[in-house]
Design a protein around this ligand. Structure first.
Ligand code: 5GP
Length: 207
């Protein structure tokens, strides 16, 4: 009986899934695929102090806020986690919407950086932590260059971060290799819908 209660409670908490991984591995693309194909899964909209890129919509891709507004959200305890990413802008997960969706039994996905994932693990250790990794280092470099959204100095900064981030795989419950965005999306959705019982016991890959 106690076991049943425990596993039900854990199952509920595991409806929160945290997707992290090195820069340019394709976390955003995989999350966008989930958003497009699985409206039953809610994806958190982060707040950020960075400026919108062309095509990005406030409230859809991010909540674009000023540094002062970000400070206020942090000071008011409204951030579940937040971090300075790539040494410049701040990004964070508003706490309220996450708690509301979990309370309503809606599976929730956070696509955040490694520092943020570590903070969520402190706050909500029952969540499922999924590491997305590239098929190879060369592939990661070519994705970052091919994306063309950063200048060379920024690219170098992000690659340095990515090297450190790749080493964090062991901290996660499950690894998905992002060799193909459709497969990675399917694997992620399967984990969200059917979270494994034991942490750090399972590992799935696309290869
Ligand atoms: P970009 O500027 O390319 O949209 O995102 C840069 C990085 O910020 C990505 O690695 C992304 O995962 C991370 N990020 C986006 N939202 C959040 C968030 O709410 N919290 C944290 N810690 N990182 C985030």
């Amino acid at each position: 009986m106690a076991d049943e209660t425990t596993s039900r409670a854990a199952g509920h908490a595991r409806r929160l899934v945290v997707l992290a991984g090195p820069t340019a591995v394709g976390k955003g693309t995989v999350a966008a695929r989930v958003r497009a194909e699985h409206p039953e899964i809610w994806i958190s909209v982060s707040a950020t102090t960075r400026a919108p890129r062309p095509g990005e919509v406030d409230g859809v891709h991010y909540h674009f806020v000023s540094a002062e507004e970000f400070d206020r959200l942090v000071d008011d305890g409204q951030m579940l986690e937040w971090a300075v990413v790539h040494g410049s802008n701040r990004y964070g997960t508003p706490r309220g919407p996450v708690e509301e969706h979990l309370a309503a039994g809606v599976p929730a996905l956070l696509e955040i950086d490694l520092q943020g994932a570590r903070q969520v693990r402190e706050a909500m250790p029952e969540a499922l932590f999924v590491f997305l990794k590239p098929p190879s280092w060369d592939e990661l470099v070519s994705r970052l260059v091919g994306r063309g959204t950063e200048d060379e100095a920024e690219r170098e900064r992000r690659l340095a971060t990515a090297r450190v981030e790749l080493a964090a795989e062991d901290e996660f419950d499950v690894t998905i290799v992002n060799a193909d965005v459709g497969h990675a999306c399917d694997e992620l959705v399967a984990l969200i819908e059917n979270p494994p019982d034991s942490v750090r016991a399972s590992s799935t890959t696309s290869l």
